[in-house]
Ligand binder design. Sequence first.
Ligand SMILES: Cc1cc2nc3c(=O)[nH]c(=O)nc-3n(C[C@H](O)[C@H](O)[C@H](O)COP(=O)(O)OP(=O)(O)OC[C@H]3O[C@@H](n4cnc5c(N)ncnc54)[C@H](O)[C@@H]3O)c2cc1C
Ligand SMILES: *[C@@H]1O[C@H](CO)[C@@H](O)[C@H](O)[C@H]1NC(C)=O
Ligand SMILES: *[C@@H]1O[C@H](CO)[C@@H](O)[C@H](O)[C@H]1NC(C)=O
Ligand SMILES: *[C@@H]1O[C@H](CO)[C@@H](O)[C@H](O)[C@H]1NC(C)=O
Length: 514
Amino acid sequence: MKLIAATLAAAWATTAHALPSLPVAARQDSLTGSCPTSCDAKALGTALSKCAKVYYPGSSEFTRATTRWSVLATPQPQVVVIPCTEQDVAETYVGGGVKVKFANKKNVPFLAYNTAHGALTTLGAMDSGVEIFLENLSSVQVSADGKTATIGGGTMSKKVTDTLWAAGKQTVTGTCECVSYMGPALGGGHGWLQGHHGLISDQWVSLRVVLADGSIKTINRDSDLWWAMQGAGHNFGIVTSATVNIYDIVHSDWAVETLIFSGEKVEEVYAAVNEHLLKDGTQPVDIINWSYWLNNPDADPNNPIILFWILQEGVSVVDPIYSKPFYDIGPIVGTPTAGDYRDLAGWTGIDLAAGPCQKAGTINPRFPLYVEKYNITAQREAYDLFASKVSGTSPFSGSLFLFEGYSLQGVKAIDDKSTAYAFRGDNLLTAPLITYAPGGDALNAEAEALGNELRNIIHRGSGAANKAVYVNYAYGNENPKEWYGSDSWRQDKLKALKTKYDPKGKFSFYAPIA
Ligand SMILES: Cc1cc2nc3c(=O)[nH]c(=O)nc-3n(C[C@H](O)[C@H](O)[C@H](O)COP(=O)(O)OP(=O)(O)OC[C@H]3O[C@@H](n4cnc5c(N)ncnc54)[C@H](O)[C@@H]3O)c2cc1C
Ligand SMILES: *[C@@H]1O[C@H](CO)[C@@H](O)[C@H](O)[C@H]1NC(C)=O
Ligand SMILES: *[C@@H]1O[C@H](CO)[C@@H](O)[C@H](O)[C@H]1NC(C)=O
Ligand SMILES: *[C@@H]1O[C@H](CO)[C@@H](O)[C@H](O)[C@H]1NC(C)=O
């Protein structure tokens, strides 16, 4: 595993260490401190609970609270509110207007910040506004009957997994330890256990939501908003907590085979995935396969390698039925590892200590596309372009091309029409992630052109008429039909609910419906 850990660390460090350090804190204001000259937070201060906090620019707390995972087209808050209760969230924007006033500004925008991995460029439209930073709404409470848990709207995935594990329970969460539970869920949400139970949002029993008018509502399947929250939830309110189904742990063991292939093997590897793993979308429920293309000069000094994982639940060694076809292709190295569910994030390089969990000042756009299966010709074409643009001294040398093959049974078992998440028919999530240090508009344009072209190659190969884009990985240059499905009934339904619940478009920064 050393080579692999080093590979991932190196890929993310390449660009990170070259960055300027973050501004050092100058001062820290609390509620009793003063706004910058242009704002007045008095009305807000008196309305919030005693344990709420307000931070202004120039303080280390403000810097910490506003630092994002990807720094392209970031929102620009001028005030940070850290609510301590759900009432604090409502008080911050009662009646659709925020209580903080800025000179010369009638409609002060506000935006929920959770773990700030959202990277859509549409977020950049939030300028001189109020950040509602949810980190204090962090809690996991298992119900007395052990069937559900209530998760605070600002809880990290790892806390959910660890707390439930200690109680002998599990639910579907995102895979990355440092990402919030709720951020991924609002767009559907992929996770290791989706093959058994469906998407993250498929587990919901009810939500507490602060709506655009400042009212606090319990939303469940009796509400017309329920459908929209499950896939387009960012557009409708701030979720302060979710009550979700939880399950007894059936298999604690997991095993992984980690294989590194040279780029010459692209055709063989993805043909074998289609044949032995994907099987026309009937991949076994206990199997997950992922691959990353990335530079690893130790394994191949000239071209990106294919880092390929086969993960299997309930075993201590991946069944050779699945792994042998890949060993037969001839990896540079292959490593079997055994552990339990909690090791999955570490194995795949997304635990708390890993590169993707650091906020290193880099720009990290992805250009996602769902597809049904791998088109071998397109994989080759994409690999060759990717290799030509990220090799050697390229500013994009830390980039990854992600191919995620989760198991699908639980996702497909749920009626496609029953949620705003529109892509239950697709099997694989692909996305180039072009990572680089900020370097100006021309470099941004170059990264965007590369990401678009890589996605277009995969799209042409898929034969699909429309692009199916996972909203949570989206770049920001896509449109609502690509994020939420091209069926006109989906678009009409979303627009009608938006008009009903958020007529002034207060929640229209993250992949806006219209
Ligand atoms: C390293 C990494 C790993 C990832 N792993 C996965 C994964 O395993 N599965 C998966 O499906 N996706 C994954 N994603 C994508 C992820 O779903 C999105 O990036 C998501 O937006 C991150 O949520 P966040 O809380 O970190 O982001 P934030 O930027 O804090 O939030 C994103 C947006 O969500 C909204 N929001 C957040 N919290 C709330 C709330 N409580 N109520 C209302 N609105 C809210 C706001 O509009 C906000 O702008 C991953 C992303 C990264 C960078
Ligand atoms: C929320 O903030 C209060 C006041 O600072 C603190 O006592 C409490 O521990 C915090 N809770 C969480 C879950 O962070
Ligand atoms: C990976 O998963 C996808 C989606 O289920 C599947 O189509 C593909 O065959 C799998 N590949 C491997 C190698 O398991
Ligand atoms: C695979 O992709 C190539 C290149 O875009 C395309 O010509 C071909 O038709 C695709 N094959 C299938 C089966 O869709």
